[in-house]
Design a protein around this ligand. Structure first.
Ligand code: SF4
Ligand code: SF4
Ligand code: SF4
Length: 262
């Protein structure tokens, strides 16, 4: 992007949802202290969790949720035609998050489990990220997104800067926080291959990283492999965890899978 959007007017934001829990939308509504200032800078014209208006002209489309129906594809293409900027919100929209769990099953099985005999009324496809269908200008990662990151990305886009999303792995933040490492207590942690920006939230509370922010840009796979081997773990152990938030990537992008399988 070369410069700020509509510098003399408030850019219009529209927030659309696909298959999701709406938790990322709620994070925007959680910007209680900042909402008044935000609304001086932008105008929401479509945001079902917050307003009843349904404006059809917008400058930035925010999209929460995974693509799970053919109708979603048509809708996304129409949104992309109207929106100069498209930003995804959360793991469902990229890399595919919880909706991607169904990708590991027979395509008919999730529908049968949820809707029983009525499953035929709810046709569903492989769960896919938004950028499998249309080009996306920025992804705000996490499950859910963090409100501060949402605000910093929108602010950056308004002034024509690159969104400040880290590419390095969670381990960097975890080491800076001086947390004990989950591997040292025999647990598998996806921090070495997961995008930072959450402040190593889960390891900081004594848990481990489950990969909700998606893959880091350039993870040190050979070092991760050595760490796995040292702890008696292997690629299958990693993939069993990785598909929780990264089901589309694990199935659709063989690169990391092959690397950790060697
Ligand atoms: S990314 Fe997580 S919080 Fe956001 S919509 Fe999906 S399931 Fe909900
Ligand atoms: S606990 Fe996880 S994120 Fe923290 S240093 Fe160990 S592997 Fe990395
Ligand atoms: S530590 Fe991992 S699972 Fe936890 S919030 Fe950060 S990226 Fe998500």
């Amino acid at each position: 992007m070369d410069g700020p959007l509509r510098p003399t007017k408030r850019p219009r934001l529209a927030l659309f949802e696909l298959a999701s829990c709406a938790g990322c939308q709620l994070q925007i509504l959680n910007c209680e202290d900042e909402l008044v200032d935000l609304l001086q800078l932008v105008e929401f014209v479509y945001f079902k969790e917050a307003i009843s208006e349904t404006g059809n002209e917008y400058d930035i489309a925010l999209i929460e949720g995974a693509v799970t129906r053919e109708a979603d594809e048509t809708r996304l293409r129409a949104i992309r035609e109207r929106a100069p900027l498209v930003i995804t919100l959360g793991a469902c929209a990229h890399p595919v998050g919880i909706p991607g769990l169904k990708n590991a099953h027979d395509s008919e099985e999730p529908g049968r489990l949820v809707y029983g005999d009525a499953a035929g009324y709810f046709p569903s496809t492989l769960a896919r990220p938004v950028d499998a269908i249309i080009p996306v200008d920025a992804h705000i990662p996490g499950c859910p997104i963090h409100k501060d990151e949402f605000l910093s990305v929108v602010t950056a886009l308004l002034v024509g800067r690159r969104p400040p999303i880290p590419g390095y792995p969670v381990c960097v933040e975890c080491r800076l926080a001086e947390n004990p490492c989950a591997f040292d207590r025999g647990a598998l942690c996806l921090g070495p291959v997961t995008r930072a920006g959450c402040g190593a939230l889960c390891p900081s509370y004594g848990s481990r990283c489950y990969g909700c922010r998606g893959p880091a840009d350039d993870p040190n796979v050979s070092s991760f492999e050595a760490l796995l081997e040292k702890n008696g773990l292997n690629a299958e152990d990693v993939l069993a965890e990785y598909v929780l938030y990264n089901g589309y990537r694990a199935l659709g992008d063989q690169a990391l899978t092959m690397e950790v399988s060697r």
